[in-house]
Design a protein around this ligand. Structure first.
Ligand code: 13P
Length: 251
């Protein structure tokens, strides 16, 4: 078994009001009153829910992360939120380079700048990569995800290894119910890890799988040697289901 501590993060995407976030925390804490020893738990509400959810969690062993940040510390960037602003809500990290943000125009260069800005502001980073169905069918998966990882880590070196995680999320598996098979997810997560070598300590960095992870398939995915947890979308909105996924990641 790997010595890397798994991370299970719930990406709520554009879901949950503040009241719904509070209700989620209440229900989740009932499911797992002590947290889950051996697993780091994160929840990623929309910006509007960061402070509320952080406050509702209090001393509970789970952290709050945002779904992105802007790379500039402040200024004329209507609609954007800086790393320091996220940090000031009580959040401890951020997802970066999610395919839904890349589809909305986030480039590799923007992602790299945001990785650096987040780390400099003291945030933990979950850096995402993933290929489209066309790319997988054309045999381009490894080259594509490796390029995304190398680009995102461009300004990063070994001392940041424990402050970030990589997430492999095949675009064709996100929100579709089509999970990558555990073997397929393992193969690409190993390639993602290998791509990080030279920038950070690849043997130590946590690599998460995301894309239609649910309470039924989580255990098989988490059992793979290069999968150190999950980035969970739809299934994370249900506190009981998310708790089952967290348990499945326990060593
Ligand atoms: P689903 O779990 O809904 O497929 O979403 C995955 C994802 O994009 C998490 O960031």
């Amino acid at each position: 078994m790997s010595e890397r501590t798994p991370i299970v993060a719930g990406n709520w995407k554009m879901n949950t009001t503040q009241a719904e976030g509070r209700a989620w925390v209440e229900a989740f804490v009932k499911e797992l009153p002590e947290g889950q020893p051996g697993v780091e738990i994160a929840v990623c509400p929309p910006f509007t829910g960061l402070a509320t959810v952080a406050e509702a969690l209090g001393d509970y062993p789970a952290v709050v992360m945002s779904q992105t940040i802007h790379d500039e510390p402040k200024g004329a960037h209507t609609g954007e939120v800086s790393a320091a602003m996220v940090r000031a809500t009580g959040a401890r990290g951020t997802i970066l380079g999610h395919s839904e943000r890349r589809a909305a125009g986030e480039t590799d260069e923007m992602v790299a700048n945001r990785v650096r800005a987040a780390l400099d502001a003291g945030l933990f980073v979950i850096l995402c990569c993933g290929e489209s169905l066309e790319q997988r069918e054309a045999g381009e998966t490894e080259a594509w995800v490796s390029k995304q990882v190398r680009a995102g880590l461009r300004a990063i070196s070994h001392e940041w290894t424990d402050r970030l995680a990589l997430a492999y999320e095949p675009i064709w598996a996100i929100g579709t119910g089509k999970t990558a098979t555990p073997e397929m997810a393992q193969e690409t997560c190993a390639q993602v890890r290998a791509a990080a070598a030279g920038f950070i300590d690849a043997s130590r960095v946590r690599v998460l799988y995301g894309g239609s992870v649910n309470a039924e398939n989580a255990a098989d995915l988490m059992a793979q040697p290069d999968i150190d947890g999950g980035l969970v979308g739809g299934a994370s909105l249900d506190p009981a289901g998310f708790a089952t996924i967290v348990r499945a990641a326990a060593p």
